[in-house]
Design a protein. Structure first.
Length: 192
């Protein structure tokens, strides 16, 4: 089975994440998508993140109706801060029956050559890239690499940052979230 790993802090997970996961599932050779909730991205300030279990619960609520999209807490068990290569190696050893690939936005591909052991990732794993609106139109160095697959997908310009700010400003965001995710955020008074 070929598993696409969709990494993110998902703070919170929104309809754009689910749209992209479903699109990748139906328009690539991926059999399943695991939405890997990242405990701490080395490039983000930790104090802006909800606790790991709350973000994992929201991903569960957002994906429970999709048979081939699953939340994953695999990175909660790894040393922090963690790097993608460590997760890939860990999963490949733990689940040798599966083939793993990663999903990322085109914005991340622009800086992929700065990731830890990116050469090793490209040697052993496919990278499925969905388009993103980018302010910086610099050339994407690795887009012609044989392991990089550019996928035509809807450009979903929704950000978790916008959702958090809108909630703080008492503006409605229900249309940007799965109903169960919105109910959970509202119940817990998150991002207020």
């Amino acid at each position: 089975m070929k598993i696409g790993l969709y990494f993110g802090t998902f703070n919170p997970v929104h309809v754009g994440h689910v749209i992209l996961a479903n699109h990748m599932l139906h328009h690539t050779a991926l059999d399943e998508i695991w939405m890997v909730v990242t405990p701490h991205n080395p490039h983000k300030k930790k104090h802006t993140l909800l606790d790991n279990h709350h973000r994992l619960e929201m991903v569960y609520k957002a994906t429970e109706e999709y048979d081939h999209i699953h939340p994953s807490d695999i990175e909660f068990k790894l040393t922090q801060p963690n790097y993608t290569i460590n997760t890939l190696v860990h999963l490949s050893e733990k689940f040798p029956q599966h083939e793993f690939a990663i999903m990322m936005g085109e914005d991340n591909l622009r800086s992929f050559h700065k990731w830890k052991n990116y050469e090793m990732i490209l040697q052993d794993y496919d990278v499925f890239v969905y388009p993103r609106i980018a302010e910086n139109q610099e050339e994407v160095i690795l887009k012609s690499h044989p392991k990089v697959h550019l996928i035509q997908a809807p450009i979903v310009d929704i950000s978790s940052t916008l959702i958090r700010k809108s909630i703080q400003d008492k503006k409605s965001v229900q249309h940007l979230l799965a109903p169960k995710v919105w109910s959970y955020i509202d119940l817990m008074n998150f991002y207020q």
